[in-house]
Design a protein. Structure first.
Length: 365
């Protein structure tokens, strides 16, 4: 007959049985009895008793079959009354034991989950990525993971809330991680401009999906981009030289037809055509090219954010504009947390019109 929680109510005897392999009771019986007692009486135990329980379970874990630990974890996965520290003990176990709790336990707090991401292995991170309704602090932490399987699990989680900044990072990672591309593109909340950017490196089938399911620039913009590439590939001007007449005419033609928009800027920049990007950006803002370049590359984060806001570039792709434009000019500046906070204030505090007015008032003469 197996041991029961009632049989083992004496804490001293419980500890003695657990520490004594010759006690005659199987380790599995003791383990389940301790867990059962902890589950039932956990809230009534004092601090010393709770610590004793945890220590017994930790010691027994080394000897108890994994199937027993898995069964206990599955039993507790949906239990909202189990002791919190018992859940934490189990989620720190092997992933086979921890998975049902990480995914389903209502007792895990956001702080618990963030600690798991920081300290546990890939399997635990994947389980966190599949947990329903994880919020932005958790998804932001997961996006920093270097393992494709964790990122894929995250973007396949339809209930996960992903910030615009994390979407930007995921899109950039998808250049090298092909397995991330399809589930990312098929998320309904992926910003259209980011989906459009991915056309530069995804398969033809995924390009077709993007063009079918996202609002894309008209065909005339595709043709203009092709023409621009041809123009600038023939001895492109340096950053301080005036643009080629043909490039200038192209930009004026696009402006006159209403096709000079933020999407065009993003696409030429993603192809490395930074001189055309500068020319088109300056024309879109209706400022002189030299003044634009001086302010955009030397004026700091607020000027760049004002320029993007005035041009209609979405906040979600602002980091891409900042990073790619500076990389193309051989600059090594990177965005910091305070930089992103300052940019957020610009995007939330200005309309396109007021951002343009503020920008033109601050441009160098």
């Amino acid at each position: 007959m197996g041991l029961t929680a009632h049989d083992m109510s004496d804490m001293g005897r419980l500890a003695q049985l657990a520490m004594n392999p010759q006690s005659g009771a199987s380790r599995e019986e003791i383990y389940l009895a301790v867990a059962s007692l902890y589950r039932i009486q956990g809230s009534g135990l004092n601090a010393r008793e709770r610590e004793l329980m945890r220590e017994i379970l930790r010691r027994l874990t080394r000897d108890v079959e994994m199937a027993i630990r898995i069964a206990l974890a599955q039993r507790l996965a949906d239990d909202s009354t189990a002791p919190h520290d018992l859940i934490l003990l189990l989620v720190d176990d092997a992933i086979e034991v921890a998975r049902p709790l990480i995914i389903n336990s209502p007792l895990l707090t956001e702080a618990d989950v963030l600690k798991l991401i920081a300290e546990a292995g890939i399997g635990h991170q994947e389980a966190v990525a599949g947990r329903p309704h994880i919020g932005i602090p958790v998804t932001d932490a997961l996006v920093k993971a270097e393992h494709e399987s964790v990122l894929v699990a995250l973007v396949r989680n339809a209930t996960a809330k992903i910030s615009s900044h994390s979407y930007e990072t995921l899109v950039q990672k998808s250049r090298a991680l092909s397995g991330l591309q399809e589930p990312l593109i098929k998320r309904p909340d992926l910003p259209p401009q980011l989906a459009s950017n991915m056309c530069e490196w995804v398969s033809d089938a995924l390009k077709t999906y993007i063009k079918t399911n996202y609002k894309m620039a008209p065909n005339s913009v595709e043709a203009a981009l092709t023409q621009a590439t041809v123009v600038l590939n023939s001895e492109p001007p340096g950053p301080k030289e005036p643009p080629a007449d043909s490039a200038q005419k192209l930009i004026e033609k696009l402006a006159a037809s209403g096709q000079l928009k933020a999407g065009f800027l993003m696409r030429v920049l993603s192809q490395g055509q930074v001189d055309l990007f500068d020319l088109a950006f300056a024309r879109l803002l209706d400022v002189e090219l030299t003044r634009f370049r001086k302010s955009f590359y030397d004026g700091g984060i607020q000027v760049v954010a004002l320029s993007c806001r005035a041009a209609g570039i979405d906040r979600s792709v602002f980091p891409t504009v900042f990073n790619l434009s500076r990389q193309a000019r051989g600059m090594t500046v990177t965005l910091s947390g305070p930089d992103m906070t300052a940019a957020d204030e610009i995007f939330s505090g200005f309309t396109r019109q007021t951002a343009g007015e503020k920008l033109r008032a601050t441009l160098p003469r």
